[in-house]
Design a protein around this ligand. Structure first.
Ligand SMILES: [Zn+2]
Length: 484
C-alpha cells in the first residue's frame, strides 16, 4: 500500500512539474502584459502597412526590435521576393449626369490606374455573371460597369465574393469595359480593399463603391443615362523585396527541431490592420516575451514568425517554406493565427485529424477555456497553406468571426475593434500548445510525403479551391509543395 501511495505521490509530483511551465506561461499571458500597448503602437503609431509601403518597413523594424526587447535568443529578418508592387495613391469618382454628386470608392488591389481622369457612361452589369454580360452586349464596351453585390454576412459570403471575381474579370476584359465598380457588400458607406484579380496584376481599373452610392447610381441608371468621372492613381512596380521577422527561443536538447507560430504583420491601408492581423502579430510577440520571462526552454526550438506579403497572396510564408526547404523535415508543426481577436474555440486541423489528440492533451491543463472544438477543414488563404502543401503538420486558430469579419480589410479595422480579453486567452492557449509540442519527446504528427499531401488535398476538397483560385498549377508543376 505504501509503495503504491508513494508511486502515486511521485506521479502527481511529476505531473505538476510537467504542467508547471505551461500554467506559468498561461497565467502570465492572462495578467498584465504589453499586448494592448503593443497593438496600440502598431495600429495608431504605424497604421495600415501594405507590403512595400514605408509603413510596412517601419512595422518590420518595430517588430524586430520588440522581439529583441522581449528576450529572444536570436532575431533576424529574412528577405522575401514579391512579384509586383501595388500601392494605392488616390481614388476619386463623381456622377456628372443626370445629377452631380461625389461617389466614394476604394481602388481594388492589383488593378490599374485610370491614367488621368476618365468619363464614361455607367452601366448596370447586374451580378456580373456571363448571362449579365450577354444581356449587356456591345453596351459594355468603353463603359464603366457597376456590379451589384449582396450584403456580406458570413465567411462563406466573403469567400463567394472572391470566387465571383475571377470569371467576372474575364468577362469584363472580353467586353472591353473602361473600368469596373463593385458595389460594397457592407452598408453605411463602408469601403474596403478587395483584390479583383487573385494571381497577378489586373490590366483594368477597378474599385469598390459605397453601397448607398451604388444603389443611388443604379436607381438613376434605370431611368436615365448616368455618366461617371473616375480618377484612380495607384503606384505599381515590378519585382521587389520585403522581409519576414523571425525570432527563436532555442531548444535545450534538439535546437534543430522547430515548432513554429506565425501571424502576418502586413495589412491593407484603409484601416490600421488591428483585427487583420495586428492583434495576432502582437500576440506572437508577447508569447515569445512569456517564454523568455519564464525561462521556459523546451526540448525543441520555438520559432516566432511575423510574415510579410500575406495580403498580396501569402508570399511571406511561401518564401519562408521555399528558403527553409532543406529544414522542413525538422519543422515539427506550424501554428498560424489570422482571424482577429474573436473567441478561440479550437483549431482547424487542415485535414490532419491525428493532430486532434496531441492538441487536446496539450490543452488539458487549460480545460476551462474550452479551446477543443477542432474542425477537420483545410484552410487556403493564410500562412499555414504552404506548410500544408509541404506536408508539415499545421494548425490555424479557429477564432470567432466577430469582430473580425464585419471590418475585414475595411476603414473600420482599427485598434478599438480588437477584444484584448479574448486575445489574452488565445495567447494562453497558443503558449501552452507551443510548450507541449516543443517539450514532448514525441512529435504531434509526422511530415507527409507527396502522395499523402495529394490525398489530403482531395479529401479536404482543397484541390477544388486551389483550381478556382489559380493555385493548382504551381502545385502540379512542383513550384509549391513537397516534391517526393
Ligand atoms: Zn489576414
Amino acid at each position: 500500500m505504501l509503495k503504491l501511495a508513494t508511486a502515486g505521490l511521485l506521479l502527481s509530483t511529476l505531473c505538476s512539474l510537467a504542467q508547471e511551465v505551461p500554467l506559468r506561461l498561461a497565467a502570465r499571458a492572462l495578467g498584465a502584459t504589453p499586448l494592448e500597448s503593443d497593438l496600440r503602437e502598431l495600429c495608431d503609431g504605424i497604421g495600415g502597412r501594405p507590403t512595400g509601403s514605408p509603413a510596412s518597413e517601419r512595422a518590420i523594424n518595430w517588430a524586430a526590435q520588440k522581439f529583441r526587447e522581449a528576450g529572444a535568443d536570436t532575431v533576424r529578418t529574412e528577405s522575401v521576393d514579391l512579384p509586383y508592387l501595388w500601392l494605392p495613391v488616390s481614388a476619386e469618382a463623381s456622377a456628372t449626369a443626370p445629377e452631380r454628386f461625389s461617389v466614394r470608392i476604394a481602388a481594388s488591389p492589383f488593378t490599374e490606374s485610370t491614367q488621368g481622369p476618365i468619363e464614361a457612361e455607367l452601366v448596370d452589369a447586374g451580378k456580373g455573371t456571363a448571362v449579365d454580360f450577354e444581356k449587356l452586349g456591345a453596351r459594355a464596351k468603353g463603359a464603366i460597369i457597376l456590379v451589384r453585390s449582396d450584403e456580406m454576412k458570413t465567411l462563406d459570403d466573403l469567400f463567394a465574393e472572391y470566387l465571383r471575381n475571377i470569371p467576372l474579370y474575364e468577362s469584363a476584359r472580353k467586353a472591353q469595359v473602361a473600368a469596373v465598380l463593385l458595389e460594397s457588400t457592407r452598408p453605411r458607406g463602408l469601403l474596403y480593399r478587395h483584390p479583383f484579380g487573385m494571381t497577378s496584376n489586373v490590366p483594368m481599373p477597378a474599385a469598390i463603391v459605397s453601397r448607398e452610392h451604388a444603389e443611388r447610381l443604379l436607381r438613376l441608371a434605370s431611368q436615365a443615362t448616368v455618366r461617371l468621372r473616375l480618377n484612380i492613381r495607384n503606384r505599381t512596380g515590378g519585382r521587389f523585396q520585403s522581409r519576414n521577422v523571425i525570432a527563436d527561443i532555442r531548444g535545450r536538447e534538439k535546437p534543430e527541431e522547430i515548432v513554429l507560430i506565425g501571424a502576418h504583420l502586413d495589412s491593407w491601408d484603409l484601416g490600421t490592420g488591428s483585427e487583420d492581423n495586428g492583434v495576432n502579430a502582437v500576440m506572437v510577440i508577447d508569447a515569445l516575451r512569456g517564454f523568455a520571462a519564464a525561462h521556459a526552454r523546451p526540448r525543441r526550438t520555438v520559432r516566432f514568425v511575423l510574415f510579410t506579403g500575406e495580403e498580396y497572396g501569402m508570399f511571406g510564408s511561401e518564401g519562408y517554406v521555399n528558403s527553409h526547404h532543406a529544414e522542413l523535415d525538422d519543422h515539427v508543426a506550424a501554428v498560424v493565427f489570422d482571424s482577429g481577436s474573436g473567441r478561440l474555440s479550437g483549431f482547424f486541423l487542415n485535414g490532419r485529424d491525428e493532430l486532434r489528440k496531441p492538441v487536446n492533451d496539450a490543452l488539458s491543463v487549460l480545460a476551462g477555456f474550452n479551446a477543443n472544438q477542432h474542425l477537420p477543414d483545410g484552410i487556403d488563404g493564410t500562412d499555414n497553406f504552404d506548410f500544408a502543401l509541404s506536408g508539415v503538420p499545421n494548425l490555424v486558430g479557429n477564432q470567432d468571426p466577430a469582430p473580425y469579419l464585419p471590418d475585414y480589410h475595411a476603414e473600420s479595422d482599427t485598434f478599438e475593434r480588437s477584444n484584448i480579453r479574448e486575445e489574452k486567452i488565445t495567447e494562453a492557449v497558443a503558449s501552452t500548445l507551443l510548450w507541449s509540442f516543443a517539450e514532448n519527446p514525441d512529435r504531434p504528427a509526422l511530415r507527409q510525403n507527396r502522395q499523402q499531401v495529394e490525398k489530403l488535398l482531395k479529401d479536404t476538397k482543397l484541390d477544388e479551391q486551389m483550381k478556382a483560385l489559380g493555385q493548382w498549377e504551381d502545385f502540379v508543376n512542383g513550384k509549391r509543395g513537397v516534391s517526393k
